[in-house]
Design a protein. Structure first.
Length: 278
């Protein structure tokens, strides 16, 4: 089994400072195998915000897989937005926009979906999808394959299709071919875990999509600050959602969800057991 901490939408520049210490200490006590941050480390991509984000990341254990979000590209500085869109991200966070972590149980691949030409929307291109295929090629069948983006591939039905990453359907066809199991994302400040079976009608394939809310910012959009802990086995993924409790000044588990694999189809535990005849 492998444990993954999934943080997203930190938004340094709009951070609730009281959350940082308890979050750091809890993550260290969990001692995860990997820490994932799925974008929007800053509010406005300013130097001081990246410096604060870098300082916080340095307090967390590694290895870390970190990808940029749309807020990590300058909004008002037009020159920087179009000529050097991720220059500060690469300087302060990581210059690897296609990070990967692998061991003998999991492979975690990060992909940049942030773009200069969009204010908030995300996009994947064919070259990136081909790159994911290449990174996952040759892995042993028992390796659980995980892709990390800022913009989501699936959301609850209360959201619109335009909220998904552009070219999601194209990417999902490739993910089916190379056996991607789990999709981690953020962007919407909404926590969510589900099978992709309802949205994408792909024969004998459905991934598990896991959305993280905002871990540390004051832009909660109706949710408490939260993050995810994933316990990953080849046939089973269990997700603890930790939410901030203002009465005790701690993060505590507010929901646990379990998903099972049946072939290349991930489903909630009850449905997965029925599909397996249990």
């Amino acid at each position: 089994m492998r444990t993954i901490i999934h943080l997203s939408d930190l938004h340094f520049g709009r951070v609730d400072q009281t959350l940082l210490g308890p979050l750091r200490d809890l993550i260290h006590s969990i001692a995860p195998n990997v820490v994932v941050v799925s974008g929007d480390l800053t509010q406005r991509a300013r130097t001081e915000q990246f410096e604060e984000a870098r300082a916080f990341l340095d307090t967390l254990p590694g290895p870390q897989i970190v990808v940029p979000g749309n807020h990590d590209i300058s909004l008002y500085n037009v020159f920087r937005r179009f000529v050097k869109p991720l220059d500060r991200f690469k300087r302060y966070i990581t210059d690897d926009l296609d990070p990967i972590f692998t061991d003998d149980e999991i492979a975690v691949v990060g992909v940049n979906t942030a773009r200069s030409l969009t204010i908030k929307d995300g996009r994947l291109n064919k070259e990136q999808v081909a790159g994911i295929r290449t990174q996952l090629a040759g892995l042993a069948p028992h390796i659980t394959r995980i892709v990390v983006t800022h913009h989501p591939f699936d959301l609850p039905t209360t959201f619109e299709e335009k909220d998904l990453v552009n070219r999601a359907a194209m990417a999902m066809e490739t993910f089916a071919e190379c056996g991607v199991d789990v999709l981690l994302a953020g962007h919407m400040h909404v926590s969510h875990a589900a099978s992709t079976a309802s949205r994408y009608q792909i024969d004998a394939y459905a991934a598990l999509v896991v959305q993280a809310g905002t871990a540390t910012s004051t832009r909660g959009r109706g949710e408490v600050n939260s993050f995810n802990l994933l316990r990953v086995e080849h046939e089973r993924v269990e997700i603890d959602r930790y939410g901030w409790d203002a009465l005790t000044n701690t993060f505590r588990v507010i929901l646990t969800e379990k998903f099972l694999r049946g072939g290349n189809v991930w489903a909630p535990a009850a449905e997965g057991m029925m599909a397996a005849g249990l």
